[in-house]
Design a protein around this ligand. Structure first.
Ligand code: TPP
Ligand code: MG
Length: 1012
């Protein structure tokens, strides 16, 4: 029996051209094997087989135009399946399986979250002045306590929720709050106890504290300009210490390792620990912030500068939290795609409370909850201060963060009070202590820690007679010792323990600390703490005594480091802890295997002329990616990332072919399920469809681009965005990506200031290449033709993913349709494309006056047309060069010039620009769809007269023709300016230029476009 394979529903398209036939008669096809590729003017899509068997007849050839239901081929099949069944991505069986799986997971969550009824339930009483019937209130509270006592927290929570629902239904408008009282989330009797030796751990922590402070003070004593921070780590030491001693598991040959984002300003603390671990020596500590000579220690975590130590650049505030969220999401992506094992690895991010004001810090927390990132733990160090002063003087940052995170769906663990508070809270029978805690604002909390116990007694406990009474038997010293949760290793341990066991949501540990903890009167909890980088002798003595560091007064005066003997109990303990946890942290390494670049012939179809067929370079790129998805080495490693623009770029064919990643699969039948490009979400999906979220998409790109080190698997991220919303929008992330040594492609699609015609000022990019040029390891290209793109892209794959160079590629592609010529046969063409320029046309009919044209991107085509006019109408010859990268040409020029200046006695080298243009005839005119500064970059390396045209100024919407006329980069301006240049060079009479301007209606008095 034979079955027919018909063209499926291809949306609104009719008579779409067949550009590839991937099978022949007699072939065996399997389900989902691509059989033909069709291409509209917007996108190209493979049609997969919905049949299995031997192809009997093939009804279609390249160049045919097809519509829905046209016959493609017939198959002698035994188990032909219905067309609809195969095109609709989700079959029922799958749905049921996923639903069952989801149910199982849910059960797990419920089971794991099951609350053990506490031995002694906490009764939280909050006094409310507006209480009209305190007796009734007391009864309700007692009932609640009884429920907690008998049936546990979950039951109590359920009843409260039901009460609220009922009240809503009866019309009571109760404002919703995400906040709990200002006390620890974990009651004292539910705390998991650490198995660590607290005395040894305290001593280790003290040595680290001392050395971290000492290295900053020593560096600044030597060179006061170096700067550095003491107060940040001083406040965070316990938070890190508990993590490093007990929770953060290192990468080794048995385990992939937890990933820890350290707060940038706490770097001295990590160096100080590495010193005790024997990973850094004293000389290196002394070279803190002196990185020019090899061996210095980076001011902050910078993988570029310390590639074997730091993993994540975090110091530009706000990037760390966002990158960590996308890292955790990407980890799940790799697991769900079956590329790495699920080993229960965690991503930890340490953040400042001031840092949480960055929009990026909270901007992606919704995604973290939506994606159920229970592999993610944030630790927010709430020392209540930032650089200038309090984070929320008049409010409470901890409560505010609790509301935001809980509202977004996170598991929130507040660690506010240390163990010394436990008895006081237990004795707070009237609820006045919690009331005081709730009502005291952060400005007051900060001020109290800058004073003394007597002040705290007066200002805090003095608020109510009940609280004053509560501490009546405590001395001022006792009151001063009442510690904050973030400085209490027991409380921190319990919080981390709970965080690591949470299932189904990300966790944030919000810990209250003191900025500059232990720094004494000059540095503790005062507004200037952040920038304190010098401690005088008295402060240092205080610091030593405060933490019992065994140094003599003289040693303190010399600001000596303290390191106990290798055989000391402390060093042994510290090393043993890390041994148990798999190795040292932070540490950066890679064991990823390279990816073999695809053979050159995979791009062969991009080296022949497209003939009559017109296409944009964006579409050529999508075609190329479709080819790449057939390469077995490359295909599984591609990570296409799109911020809701797949349709703009003609990439919707990817939805069906490789699926959109969705951790829950697809729970609905998509509206367009019958279509070839249906919106298919899949747990194993390959495309990261990020929604309108360039910062998130870039964070995903960085996660994938550093996969080779963080997950030991080389991946190829390719992030396509509207070029204007690239570097300009997420420049700081691009810089962090470069620092992280991310490898991958950034594609600035729909690029150019006159090429994206209708979109206007905020869309038309005339400077992304200028911005790309600011990043040292970014290689950027602005190709015009499909074969240029293919050569560049393949070389990118080879250099980054086969040779593992720590560079990344930025390539602009356009949406202007035109035909693409065959790749020139010249053997140097490929080399020229990669170096940045090659000669594409020689107009030499007249054998006299000449000009050199350097064109880039789509403006190259205007130049070729202009050169034709000059040859035919003005008898001016020219050579036209395709410049694929002014940025690359400049890099080469700079390097050669530097070499020549440094080696005046040696044979002088030639820049590549000079090699190309040195022996040519006539002046040079360069133009691109970018600002003149783009092409001006090579001016110093050209000895001839050099002129630039470009699109300086604000873009605006209009037709391409009008825009190019406005910015003076169309063929008419190229002719007129060309003639004017030749007259200025006294090679022709000026009248030719003036006449041309008249002819082309060019008004010499028109203001400069930058002023319009
Ligand atoms: C994007 C960005 N803006 C500004 C700074 C400068 N800066 C460094 S630390 C800091 C204050 C940090 O306060 P917080 O986040 O509360 O951290 P803490 O030191 O208090 O732990 C500022 C403003 C920066 N590093 N990054
Ligand atoms: Mg802070």
């Amino acid at each position: 029996m034979s079955s027919k394979l018909l063209v499926p529903d291809i949306g609104d398209f009719e008579k779409v051209e067949v550009i590839e036939v991937l099978v022949k008669e007699g072939d065996e096809v399997k389900l989902n094997d691509p059989v033909i590729t069709i291409e509209s003017d917007k996108s190209s899509v493979e049609i997969p087989s919905t049949l299995e068997g031997k192809i009997e007849s093939l009804n279609i050839k390249v160049g045919d135009k097809v519509s829905k239901d046209d016959l493609i081929l017939t198959v002698a099949s035994n188990n032909a399946s219905s067309k609809d069944e195969k095109i609709i991505p989700k079959d029922t069986e799958n749905l049921i399986r996923e639903a069952e799986q989801a149910l199982k997971e849910k059960e797990n969550v419920i089971q794991t979250n099951k609350i053990v009824t506490p031995e002694k339930p906490e009764i939280i009483q909050v006094i409310n002045d507006g209480d009209i019937d305190p007796v009734e209130t007391q009864e309700w509270l007692e009932s609640l306590s009884a429920v907690i006592d008998k049936d546990g927290n979950h039951r109590a929570h359920y009843l409260i929720k039901e009460l609220i629902n009922k009240a809503y239904m009866q019309g009571v408008n109760i404002p919703y709050t995400q906040n709990t009282p200002y006390i620890n989330t974990i009651p004292a009797n539910e705390e998991k106890k650490s198995t660590g030796d607290q005395n040894i751990e305290r001593r280790i922590r003290s040595f680290i504290r001392w050395n971290a402070a000492a290295m900053v003070v020593r560096a600044n004593k030597k060179f006061p300009e170096l700067g550095g921070h003491i107060g940040t780590f001083a406040s965070a030491a316990t938070l890190y210490d508990v993590g490093i001693n007990h929770f953060f598991r290192a990468k080794n040959n048995k385990f992939g390792g937890d990933l820890v984002y350290f707060q940038g300003h706490s770097a001295p603390g990590m160096y100080a620990r590495a010193y005790l671990e024997g990973r850094l020596n004293e000389k290196q500590l002394d070279n803190f912030r002196q990185e020019v000579k090899p061996g210095g220690l980076s001011s902050y975590p910078h993988p570029w500068l310390m590639p074997n130590f730091w993993q994540f650049p975090t110091v530009s505030m706000g990037l760390g939290p966002m990158l960590a969220i996308y890292q955790a999401r990407y980890m799940k992506y790799l697991i769900n795609r079956g590329l790495i094992k699920d080993e229960g690895r965690k991503v930890w991010a340490f953040l400042g409370d001031g840092e949480m004001d960055e929009p990026e810090s909270l901007g992606a927390i919704g995604l973290a909850a939506r994606e159920k990132l229970d592999n993610l733990i944030f630790v927010v160090n709430c020392n209540l201060q930032r650089l200038d002063g309090p984070v929320r003087g008049n409010g409470k940052i901890i409560q505010e963060l609790e509301g935001s995170f809980r509202g977004a769906g996170w598991n929130v663990i507040k660690v506010i009070w240390g163990s010394y508070w436990d008895p006081l809270l237990a004795n707070d029978k009237t609820g006045h202590l919690v009331k005081a805690m709730n009502e005291t604002v952060d400005g007051e909390y900060q001020a109290m820690k800058a004073r003394d116990g007597a002040y705290v007694r007066e200002k805090f406990f003095g608020k109510f007679p009940e609280t004053r009474e509560l501490v009546s038997s405590l001395s001022d010293k006792d009151i001063w010792r009442l510690n904050r949760g973030g400085h209490d290793p027991h409380k921190v341990f319990a919080a981390y323990d709970k965080a690591t066991k949470n299932i189904g949501s990300p966790t944030v540990v919000i810990a209250k600390t003191i900025k500059g903890y232990g720094m004494g009167k000059t540095g503790e909890s005062v507004n200037t703490t952040h920038q304190t980088k010098k401690l005088d002798i008295d402060d240092l003595m205080y610091y030593r005594d405060r933490f019992d560091v065994p140094l003599t007064d003289d040693q303190v005066k010399n600001i000596e480091y303290y390191k106990p003997d290798e055989n000391s109990i402390e060093i042994k303990y510290l090393k043993e802890r890390r041994l148990q946890l798999g190795g040292f942290i932070p540490e950066r390494s890679t064991f990823a295997k390279p990816i073999k670049a695809p053979p050159k012939d995979i791009f062969d179809n991009m080296k022949v002329s497209t003939g009559e067929k017109e296409m944009s370079t964006t579409m050529a790129l999508v075609r190329m990616l479709t080819n790449l998805l057939r390469d077995k080495n490359v295909a599984p490693r591609l990570v296409p990332i799109i911020p809701d623009e797949a349709r703009t770029f003609g990439m919707e064919g990817f939805f069906q072919k490789i699926g959109i990643y969705a951790h829950e699969g697809q729970k609905y039948e998509p509206e367009d399920s019958a279509q070839l490009s249906s919106y298919r979400e899949d747990k194993k999906g390959q495309v990261l469809e990020e929604g309108i979220n360039e910062a998130g998409a870039m964070s995903s790109w960085i996660a994938a681009g550093t996969s080779y080190t963080n997950h030991d698997i080389e991946m190829i991220p390719i992030y396509l965005f509207y070029s204007m919303f690239g570097f300009q929008r997420i420049g700081d992330l691009a810089w962090a990506g470069a620092d992280s040594q991310s490898r991958g492609f950034l594609i600035g699609a729909t690029a150019g200031r006159t090429t994206l015609a209708g979109e206007g000022l905020q869309h038309q990019d005339g400077h992304s290449h200028v911005l790309a040029s600011t990043i040292p390891n970014c290689i950027s290209y602005d190709p015009t033709f499909h074969y240029e793109l293919a050569v560049i892209f393949r070389e990118g794959l080879r250099r980054m993913h086969e040779k593992r160079e720590n560079i990344f590629y930025y390539i602009t592609t356009m949406n202007e349709n035109y035909s693409h010529p065959e790749m020139p046969k010249d053997k140097n063409c490929e080399e020229g494309i990669l170096k940045g320029m090659y000669k594409i046309r020689d107009f030499n009919k007249n054998k006299k006056t000449k000009i050199q044209f350097l064109g880039s991107g789509t403006i190259l085509r205007e130049m070729i047309k202009g050169a034709e006019i000059l040859q035919n109408e003005y008898q001016i010859d020219s050579e036209v060069w395709s410049v694929t990268s002014f940025n690359e040409l400049r890099k080469d020029g700079m390097e050669v010039e530097r070499y020549n200046l440094l080696n005046p006695d040696k044979e002088q080298k030639k820049s590549y620009v000079e090699e190309c243009l040195g022996k040519t005839e006539g002046p040079i005119m360069a133009a691109s769809d970018y600002m003149r500064i783009n092409s001006d970059q090579i001016r110093p390396y050209v000895e001839k007269s050099f002129y630039s045209l470009g699109t300086d100024g604000f873009g605006r919407s209009d037709t391409r023709k009008n825009l190019r006329n406005f910015f003076e980069v169309d063929k008419e301006h190229i002719v007129a300016y060309g003639l004017s240049i030749l007259s200025k060079e006294q090679l022709i009479a000026s009248k030719y230029a003036t006449e041309a301007m008249k002819k082309f209606k060019i008004d010499p008095s028109k203001p400069m476009p930058t002023k319009l």
